[in-house]
Ligand binder design. Sequence first.
Ligand code: FAD
Ligand code: MLT
Ligand code: ZN
Length: 552
Amino acid sequence: MIFSRTRQVTDCFRLCHKFTQVRKLSTTTKLRQGRYGWHRALASHSNTGLALPTLPNVLPHRSLQTSNQSLSDVELTAVRYGVERGNYSELTDADVKFFQDMMPSRVITDEDDLAGNNRDWLRMCRGSSKLLLKPKTTEEVSKILSYCNDRNLAVVPQGGNTGLVGGSVPVFDEIIISTALMNNIISLDELSGVLTCQAGCVLENLDQYAEDRGFMMPLDLGAKGSCHIGGNVSTNAGGIRLVRYGSLHGSVLGLEAVLADGTVVDCLSPIRKDNTGYDLKQLFIGAEGTLGMVTAVSILCPRRPKSVNVAFLGCNSFDDVLATFRNAKEMLEEVLSAFEFLDNTCMMMLKNYLKMTNPLSADYPFYVLVETSGSNATHDEEKLNAFLETTMATESVVDGTVATDITKIKTIWSLRESIAEALMHDGTVYKYDVSLPTDKIYSLVEAMQTHLGDDVKNVVGYGHLADGNLHLNMTSPSHSSELLAKIEPYVYEWVSKHHGSISAEHGLGFKKRNYIHYSKSDAAVKLMLQMKKMMDPKGILNPYKTLPDSDM
Ligand code: FAD
Ligand code: MLT
Ligand code: ZN
């Protein structure tokens, strides 16, 4: 015990010593340019046994209250986007009575109570559902869907309602089926790390549960305090650690889903290898509730790392960001767990609207967040130090701070995780989530700045650089159809021309479905439409979402 403690302190000294050297280098180099600021956010005496940080909770509707747009301002989706209602039945008193008899007190019809469920997080879409159902079991979901299918009533599955493409809210009067009460954890196998739970478990709660047993969820995102695992699976959410743990197409081992007619498809396998027939679960991952309602999930949880370091770095150009990434891949590969970037306009918004502080001593055109996670603190720190020394020496990084202490780690992460919220204070947000060859990522932001000029308030870029995933956001004082027409399809054409994807991780939902052709071939889209027709012949499951308008 004493030995171990001594070793930790010694390691810490070595780390501090190294940083002193880097700092001197930085000071000498940068004083000439009037810029210096290499420092440790906090000297921790031990970071062994450090838990992975829990990122800040997102209260999905907090910005609704703080923004310059009031709740009632959200225009109805049908009006704003000129959509025609599908040929579905209208809800009757008899329908409501059927559900009330089936699940008393879990049938919501009050307009005010429904308001938050009718409107999306971005306040771009609003439906007018008159009914919200809160099943607790798969059997109840099955009965609900079977009834709706017979009656030709359209439905929209809803998890935490943090989706960013208008997929989680009704367009017209679809019945909202919420997973809010389907929140039981079924098991966590402490040998294999396989966690099995109902679809309505909040991601952060699952991560906490896993942490208590030495594991972690393989995905993490800013909305973790609100989003449900069923929503994550249905959007194939990416998030900040995809570079390390891969996509849900790999970590979801099994799932259970209910089809439009109420059939329960049990593919809830907890095993890793299973080559028996088609891998049906993959169909539901990223299907945004259009092929079935996910009711339970089995997911492979990695061991929680014992050592975590986060560096927040300032760069003078996007080329320097890319050079830093190249170095990170080369020097940190096996411990790299996140590599994120943001531009200075994002930083300005964080400071102005959320009163957050730039941990660096000056502003820079770009910032990079690098996280390492591993099992040996000394090893990880040595690697991180070597990486930092190289990036400083080559001047791809001109300033930085390193955190090994949990509080400081959280503070740094919260900068990155709060950008979406900060943007909401700047006005109406036009949000694009694209994949591009990594070296092209920021060229799109610049192209949009040139293309839009003064028509737009701000154009910002940030995102999961390690995955080639750019979050391009434009803001304007209020919603403008003219501006939207200038952004789209221009942005999609640009992405397609540069061999990217028009949706990297948020899905197509309501807002992007008619642009699917920019990323998928005609044959692929046709097959998707055929699959939809086969699995949901009446089209009751989340209509107007994911797939383009079609005469099929
Ligand atoms: P919802 O928003 O409720 O629904 C999303 C879609 O899934 C809808 O189409 C809905 O119909 C469908 N759905 C929901 N539950 C089910 C179910 N049980 N069965 C079938 N269909 C269902 N996304 C990322 O990928 N990466 C990020 O880093 C990221 N960060 C975010 C940060 C913030 C601050 C916010 C607000 C959002 C962020 N998102 C991110 C987007 C969003 O959080 C994710 O898409 C998330 O996975 C949605 O989960 P949810 O439970 O809120 O789903
Ligand atoms: C993020 O990475 O912050 C999320 O995907 C949300 C966003 O795109 O704004
Ligand atoms: Zn993201």
